[in-house]
Design a protein around this ligand. Structure first.
Ligand code: KG4
Ligand code: ZN
Length: 338
């Protein structure tokens, strides 16, 4: 089954062709960072205008790289939410037009479900249900029990900032350009994580919830203090990163112990983080846990993961090419029993 994936929920204009949810025949993404960097964050109006300018070329490029014509596709998969409304509508309108004009099935995919299936791209085996996913991106941070392709339960989520948001805000405090996550990760590799023991905030209510705004504030107060003004930025970065990874690992381990899973997966932009990946790998090797971590290009937003999710979710996400609308607040749980 050959699916064209289209992803425009935020600031990446992406298109990909994927066979059977796993073989990535092409994966095209046009990064808009240069247009947003000077504002220190994503400007929604700029993002949607760039999508309008770039999407048709990205789709044509994805087909050309896959060596396919539109007629050879078995369907079109598009992110219908959650995300920025002005960005989502560009992808949704174009996917509807392709599906209608080509008379091909249309699949409306939840962006976060795309992240859940990213770890299975370019692997030989299908998802080993049930598995436990740590989904950490710029907009979301949550632990998810994936019982099947369409039944996913959120076990814990952040009360405030997402992990990626904490990275981006802390990176900004350290004078790094947007998006700060990758730059902070790089800087932390040259620092000593034991220099500043930042607090490991965790809601203390027996839940698996997370909280990152207090950590970001601690870093800000520290940088404004006398000690902070003379501290090495690399050590601050490493100490911040260690606090994030400790909290995420503690929650992941507790969640894993509370039920029976066939694997643990990482997904979302922060899954590209070198310290988080190293911690998960070490745990998996020590305790014999099957851990699936996507390569960085499938951690951050991409269209291949959208085509993959549509393949696994199939009829449950079939959409009408006339009626489909983008939903910026699309709920995570589908509520479909299997
Ligand atoms: O999943 P994603 O591409 O977009 C959303 O759906 O939000 O995630 C983007 C987020 C940004 O906050 C970015 O700074 C963060 O992922 N990120 C990282 C790394 N690479 C990307 N954070 C920490 N370390 C990284 N290596
Ligand atoms: Zn994302």
């Amino acid at each position: 089954m050959l699916l064209l994936g289209i992803e425009t929920s935020c600031d990446d204009t992406a298109a990909a062709v994927v066979r059977d949810g796993r073989d990535v025949l092409s994966n095209v993404a046009t990064n808009q960072d240069a247009f947003h960097a000077k504002y220190g964050g994503i400007v929604p109006e700029i993002a949607s205008r760039r999508h309008v300018a770039l999407l048709s070329a990205a789709v044509e490029d994805a087909l050309a790289r896959a060596g396919l014509s539109f007629a050879e596709l078995d369907g079109i998969a598009v992110t219908s939410g959650p995300g920025l409304i002005g960005s989502l509508v560009v992808g949704v309108a174009s996917a509807k037009a392709y599906a209608f004009a080509l008379d091909k099935p249309l699949y409306a995919v939840n962006h976060l479900h795309g992240h859940v299936f990213a770890p299975f791209l370019e692997r030989d085996e299908p998802p080993p249900y049930p598995f436990l996913t740590l989904l950490v991106s710029g907009g979301h941070s949550q632990l998810v029990a994936v019982d099947s392709a369409v039944r996913m339960r959120v076990l814990g989520r952040t009360h405030d900032d997402a992990a990626g948001e904490a990275y981006d805000k802390t990176a900004r405090l350290l004078g790094l350009p947007y998006p700060g996550g990758p730059a902070l990760d790089e800087m932390a590799r040259r620092g000593d994580a034991s220099v500043h023991p930042f607090p490991r905030y965790r809601p203390n209510d027996g839940s698996l919830d997370l909280s990152f705004s207090g950590l970001k504030t601690s870093v800000r107060y520290f940088l404004e203090s006398d000690a902070g003004r003379t501290a090495k930025a690399e050590d601050v970065a490493a100490s911040f990163q260690a606090a994030v990874v400790d909290v995420l690992m503690a929650r992941l381990k507790t969640a894993y112990e509370r039920a029976s899973y066939n694997a643990v997966t990482l997904s979302g932009g922060v899954a590209a983080n070198s310290a988080l990946q190293a911690a998960v790998r070490a745990w998996s090797e020590r305790d014999g846990i099957r851990a699936l971590i996507p390569p960085p290009r499938y951690c951050t937003d991409n269209a291949a993961m959208i085509a993959a999710a549509a393949f696994y979710q199939g009829g449950a996400v079939r959409a009408d090419p006339v009626a489909l609308t983008a939903n910026p607040n699309l709920p995570f749980e589908m509520g479909v029993a299997t």
